[in-house]
Design a protein around this ligand. Sequence first.
Ligand code: DSN
Length: 414
Amino acid sequence: MRDKPIEKLIKSEEKRQAEGLELIPSENYVSEDVLKANGSVFTNKYSEGYPGRRYYGGQEFTDGVERLAIERACKLFNCKYANVQPHAGAPANVATYFALMEPGDTIMGMDLSHGGHLTHGHPVTYISKIFRFIRYKMKNIETGEIDYEEMLEVAMREKPKIIMAGYSAYTRELDYAKFSEIAKKVGALAIMDAAHIAGLIAGGAHKNPFDYGFDLILTTTHKTLRGPRGGMILTRDNEEIAKKIDKMVFPGFQGGPLMNTIAAKAVCFGEALTPAFKKYATQIIKNARVMAKVFLDNKIRLIGGGTDNHCVLADVYGSLGVTGKEAQTVLDEVGITLNMNMIADDPRKPLDPSGIRFGTPAITTRGFKEKECKRVAELMVKVLKNKDNKKIKESVHKEIKALAKKFPIPKKFV
Ligand code: DSN
């Protein structure tokens, strides 16, 4: 590369990723093929519109790429329609709201501190000024059980047009049938924001919301799904809804699609259709459960009481007197990257909350099984309990580096 400062930063990031362990639950490593497609000449091409009806010439090959991405996405999630153009998860969510609602309409979503996402209506977002967001919460923070009775009661009263499921920091599998039943009762659409667990659904390790009557699944493509950074909107079988979505994504909301990213999405979906991906999806959960158990055995409170997915949410402040920010910093020092996170009804502030959130997608991609995950969790607890002990931190860092070396980031998965 001729741009030396940027080359140096890329190389440094490569080294950081290779030598440390990535436990941020929304991050992963893509295959060399995904990376190649993402860095391909399709980045040069404008292709506003959809396959067969574009506004620019020279679309002989872009159409093939987008058609393949759509076909594979539909096969993967067992649905009829896919829009693979959203640049990321937030635009996918916002375009969906605008496609299916009028300003002032009501959307019901999970409270942010109980695991919901900003785009499900947090007051800091601009969409919260356009639509009316109402909340539901967990009924029992210790088990993660959602308060379905309250959800029904509030939905009956407030008549939302959309009920959103799917979260950023939630560890239990959902009762999709209950969501659908409530949505039907009040005439709302049931929509799943599957960004975090799309790979678990695609790999058959989690139930598919479409099998339980959900109307749409919105997702990113770069988390458990292990593709390029991007978004996607899936519609089960309603052509009218799918048409509204297409119209809102383009020209309603976005301009030219990122064809290089769509090519990379197609490659990722192809990889996710293989038996190897099923094994990976199942292993993610086994690994997260082992890590959760180590924390529980050490009497560290977990929000939801454990995990059914890729993610663990620990109340480190309540259990160890270490704040989320301190935990994030001290673990970073020993080569473990994760993020501080609010816990349900957190008494502390978002920039120094009570919790940490960590997950297993990236280390599972690296080939970690239960044995290694148990060890990593033990080392995390050791560091958290001895956060000021330099000697312990040095020895843990050494062990983490050795583990990372033993499990290099793979270039191929199938
Ligand atoms: N930033 C994503 C996450 O880390 O969960 C959600 O947008």
